[in-house]
Design a protein around this ligand. Structure first.
Ligand SMILES: [Fe+2]
Length: 394
């Protein structure tokens, strides 16, 4: 651990990759200027009801008002957001005469907010834009509102992503909505906003960041840039997640986890795999937290993928400084990390039953992340991984 030597004030920078990122403690004060830089004059801040009750949201609204950036508030976003949350937000956006969106919160709020911005000027229904084939070409780009993203958790990385995950209530399935213009124009990544995260949320969201990095690294295809970002993202998780979990007030740990989360989502432009293929329907069917589901699933998927990922796990283990670098060393590290963070070992312990394994496996096989798994998977293979995970058979 190296935190003693780091002054959090130096963990600051402005980057143009993969979008404009303003990173560092206190940078939330730039929110009004960031809105102005994207041409907004009257944005709508989209968040969830829990965050809306915290002082940071009111402080942001007040600061914007003082900076001549009057800002509306929409808070009706649930965890694992549904299509209705998006369309209610679109109605609020249009009724209020807004001209941009501030996506403020964790993955659910940011995903919903990005879709509200996408849908602000569309005529077709939301799920016409599901990430499949060339559906994204149906979007009228002129109807997409600008977005400033302000993450308050360190996991999803949705602030630097071009997609959102929204539940289609008609089919009770999670759908990925994708368009290149969904990438927020400015990200304000201020680690001070994550200081109050409860330890179990720190754990689950941090494991989501890890799952993004490791699935991106393992996804097939030639993408050395994504591989490099994924590896460094995992080094940051290795070095800083236990500290962020043990003592949420350590700003350096919060800062490194916040950047690791953005790196995971940057890297997974390369692809994700069976962890996400299974956790998406598990979230839709049982409401299990996305990061928690990924954390429980990860070792079972790695075991399944072992024949295809030995080399990459050796590279990862070397970078992390693990003893006897190889697949077993990475697996041991992940199991130890899960235990340190209080993550359950099985889906059964997390409240996910095996009753609907066939339905879940069919949905997992259709998830757009499934082709990114390094060992090809069909519904039967995904069912096997799922059942092992429910029963704790590792
Ligand atoms: Fe994820």
């Amino acid at each position: 651990m190296i935190m003693g030597s780091i002054d959090p004030a130096t963990l600051r920078g402005s980057w143009s990759y993969p979008t404009q990122v303003r990173f560092g403690p206190g940078r939330i004060r730039e929110m009004a200027r960031a809105c102005g830089s994207l041409g907004m004059t009257k944005p709508l801040l989209v968040t969830d009801p829990v965050l809306a009750a915290l002082p940071m949201v009111q402080a942001g609204l007040d600061a914007n008002a003082k900076s001549d950036m009057p800002t509306g508030l929409f808070t009706q976003v649930q965890g694992n957001p549904v299509g209705r949350n998006v369309m209610d937000g679109v109605a609020a956006y249009r009724d209020g005469g807004h001209d941009g969106v501030i996506a403020f919160g964790g993955g659910s709020a940011i995903d919903a907010a990005k879709c509200i911005a996408l849908m602000a000027g569309q005529t077709r229904p939301l799920f016409d834009f599901e990430d499949s084939g060339s559906n994204w070409k149906r979007v009228d780009p002129a109807g997409v509102a600008p977005v400033v993203a302000v993450p308050t958790t360190a996991g999803t990385g949705s602030e630097v992503g071009r997609a959102s995950v929204i539940i289609d209530e008609d089919t009770a399935t999670k759908k990925i909505i994708f368009h290149p213009t969904m990438m927020p124009g400015v990200v304000i990544a201020d680690p001070e906003l994550t200081l109050g995260l409860p330890s179990h949320v720190t754990a689950a969201t941090g494991m989501d960041a890890l799952a993004h990095c490791i699935e991106a690294l393992c996804a097939p295809g030639f993408h050395p840039m994504a591989d490099g970002i994924a590896l460094e993202g995992m080094r940051l998780v290795h070095d800083w997640l236990p500290a962020a979990h043990a003592d949420g007030s350590i700003l350096a740990a919060r800062a490194h986890m916040l950047v690791a989360a953005s790196m995971g989502a940057t890297a997974f432009q390369k692809g994700l795999g069976a962890v996400h293929s299974i956790s998406h329907p598990a979230g839709a069917m049982y409401g299990v937290h996305h990061g928690l589901a990924n954390a429980v699933l990860l070792p079972y998927v790695l075991k399944f993928n072992r024949p295809a990922i030995e080399d990459r796990m050796t590279r990862l283990a070397r970078l992390l400084g693990l003893n006897d670098p190889g697949f077993d060393a990475v697996m041991a590290w992940i199991l130890e990390l899960r235990e340190t963070l209080g993550i359950p070992h099985s889906f059964a312990e997390a409240g996910v039953p095996e009753d609907d394994a066939d339905t879940l496996a069919e949905a997992a096989a259709k998830d757009p992340t499934a082709p990114g798994n390094p060992v090809p998977v069909d519904a039967a293979a995904l069912k096997g991984i799922f059942l092992d995970c429910v029963r704790g058979n590792l």
